[in-house]
Design a protein around this ligand. Structure first.
Ligand code: PEP
Ligand code: CO
Length: 417
C-alpha cells in the first residue's frame, strides 16, 4: 500500500473513538501526546493491505478444515528483544513448532507470531505491591516500563512511536523470512498478530486502501480483542468491526452463548469466511461446561468462525513458595485436548493452538524438563505471563497431534504429575 497521499486518506476517524474503551493509559495531557498521534497517523503502514488479504485468503482454508493454525510467541514483547538475533531466534522457534505440527498431522500449518506489535498488556489490577510500596502495574512497553518505580511506570505516549519503530524492525524481518520460506512444504507465514489494546495507537495506524476504499489496520496482520476488552458496545470491538483484516476474539470462562453470538454478529455481520477467529481460553475444568453451549449457539446460527484454543490463559496459578505466576503443562494439554474433543463432538473444526512460548530456554511453566515449582526461579524472565519453553511447546503439539486417536482408545484424562 502506498503511504497516504492526502489528509482524507489518513487514519479513518471512526465511530469507536467516542465509545467507552477499557484499559487505556491516561496520557492525553502529556506534552508529546498530540504530536505522537499525528506522526503515527502519517507514518507508512507497518504491513500492507496485500499481505493482510493474503492471510485472509489463507484462513478461508481453515473453514474447509484444510490446514491448521498456530499462533505463538511472547505474552509481552520487549523493546530490548527487537534486534536481529532475537527476532531470528523467535522465527526459528515458530518454524520448529509449525514444522513439527505439520509433520505429525500431514497438514499445512499457517503460522502467526504474537510479535511485531505485542507491546501492550491489559491488567486485572491497576497497581501492584512491591514490599511496602505500591506502583502502577506494568502495561507493556508501548505504555510504561517494567521497572517497578513510580516514575518508570508513568504512561508515556512517546512509547507508541518506539513501539512503531520496534514493530517495523520485526515486520521487516518477518517479511524477509516469509519470502525465504515461501516454498517450504506445509508452511504459510509467519504473519504477525497482537492484541489491539491501545486505541490511540491502533486508530493512528488505520489506513484506507486507495483501490477498494476499505479500512485496514496496518499495525499488524491479525489483530485480536482480549478477554478484558471484548465488550460488544465498546471501542475495541467497534474498531475491529470496522477494519477489513482477519480478526481474533478471546472468549473467557464467563462468556455466555448470547455474548459470543453478539460478538459474531458485531465482528462478522456478513458472515465472511476467513474473517473471525474465536479463541476460547477457559481453564481445563471450566471448558467442559462452558464451551459446548457456545459452540452449539454459534454453529446453529451458521457463523463461519475459526475455532482456536488458547489453553494458557485460563490455567494460570501462583507457585506455592515464591508466589510466581506459573502454568502446569498438564493443565494446558488437558484444556487443549478437551477443546478439540468438544469441537469434534459438535462436528466443528478445531483449527489449532494459540500459545505463549519463549525462544529462550525459560523455566516459567512446570512440566517436561521443568520438574517442579522449585525449578521456576532458574530462568524466569517473562515481562508478563509465564511462557512455555520450546520443549514444553513441542510436548503440547505432540499431544494435540496424537490426541484424538489416543483419547478414543482410552477415556482416561491425563493426571497431574
Ligand atoms: C494475552 O493473550 O496475553 C491475554 C492477556 O489474554 P486474555 O485477553 O485472553 O486474558
Ligand atoms: Co498472556
Amino acid at each position: 500500500m502506498q503511504p497516504p497521499s492526502s489528509t482524507a486518506d489518513l487514519a479513518g476517524r471512526g465511530s469507536w473513538e467516542s465509545m467507552p474503551a477499557a484499559q487505556q493509559p491516561e496520557w492525553r495531557d502529556h506534552a508529546a501526546y498530540d504530536k505522537t498521534c499525528q506522526r503515527l497517523s502519517s507514518a507508512p503502514p507497518l504491513v500492507s493491505a496485500a499481505e493482510i488479504k493474503c492471510l485472509r485468503w489463507s484462513l478461508t482454508r481453515l473453514i474447509a478444515a484444510d490446514a491448521l493454525l498456530l499462533q505463538a510467541g511472547d505474552c509481552a514483547e520487549s523493546f530490548y528483544e527487537c534486534t536481529g538475533p532475537h527476532i531470528e531466534e523467535k522465527l526459528r522457534l515458530i518454524d520448529r513448532l509449525g514444522d513439527r505440527l505439520s509433520d505429525l498431522t500431514g497438514q499445512s500449518v499457517i503460522r502467526v507470531g504474537r510479535m511485531g506489535g505485542q507491546f501492550a498488556k491489559p491488567r486485572s489490577q491497576a497497581v501492584e505491591r512491591r514490599g511496602e510500596m505500591s506502583v502502577p502495574s506494568f502495561r507493556g512497553h508501548m505504555v510504561n516500563s517494567e521497572i517497578p518505580a513510580p516514575a518508570a511506570r508513568r504512561a508515556d505516549p512517546r512509547r507508541m512511536s518506539w513501539a512503531y519503530e520496534a514493530s517495523d524492525r520485526v515486520q521487516r524481518a518477518m517479511r524477509a523470512h516469509r519470502q525465504e520460506r515461501c516454498h517450504a512444504p506445509g508452511a504459510e507465514g509467519p504473519w504477525s498478530s497482537h492484541e489491539a489494546l491501545i486505541i490511540d495507537y491502533e486508530t493512528s495506524l488505520t489506513r484506507r486502501d486507495p483501490d477498494t476504499r476499505e479500512l485496514y489496520l496496518t499495525s499488524t496482520h491479525l489483530p485480536w480483542v482480549g478477554e478484558r476488552t471484548r465488550h460488544v458496545d465498546g471501542a475495541h470491538v467497534a474498531l475491529l468491526a470496522s477494519v477489513a483484516n482477519p480478526i481474533g476474539c478471546k472468549i473467557g470462562p464467563t462468556a455466555t452463548p448470547d455474548d459470543v453470538l453478539a460478538l459474531c454478529e458485531a465482528l462478522n455481520p456478513r458472515r465472511e469466511f476467513g474473517r473471525l477467529v474465536l479463541i476460547p481460553r477457559m481453564g481445563r475444568e471450566t471448558i467442559r461446561e462452558a464451551l459446548p453451549p457456545i459452540v452449539r449457539r454459534v454453529a446453529n446460527a451458521g457463523h463461519p468462525v475459526i475455532w482456536l484454543s488458547d489453553p494458557m490463559h485460563g490455567n494460570t496459578t501462583l507457585s506455592r513458595q515464591a508466589g510466581l505466576k506459573t502454568r502446569h503443562l498438564i493443565d494446558v494439554i488437558t484444556e487443549a485436548l478437551r477443546f478439540r474433543d468438544i469441537l469434534e463432538e459438535h462436528r466443528q473444526y478445531a483449527a489449532g493452538l494459540h500459545i505463549e512460548v519463549a525462544a529462550a530456554d525459560v523455566t516459567e511453566c512446570v512440566g517436561g524438563p521443568v520438574k517442579s515449582e522449585d525449578d521456576l526461579l532458574r530462568h524466569y524472565s517473562s515481562l508478563c505471563d509465564p511462557r512455555l519453553n520450546a520443549d514444553q511447546a513441542i510436548e503440547l503439539i505432540e499431544a494435540w497431534a496424537k490426541g484424538v486417536a489416543s483419547r478414543r482408545d482410552s477415556d482416561d484424562q491425563p493426571e497431574r504429575r
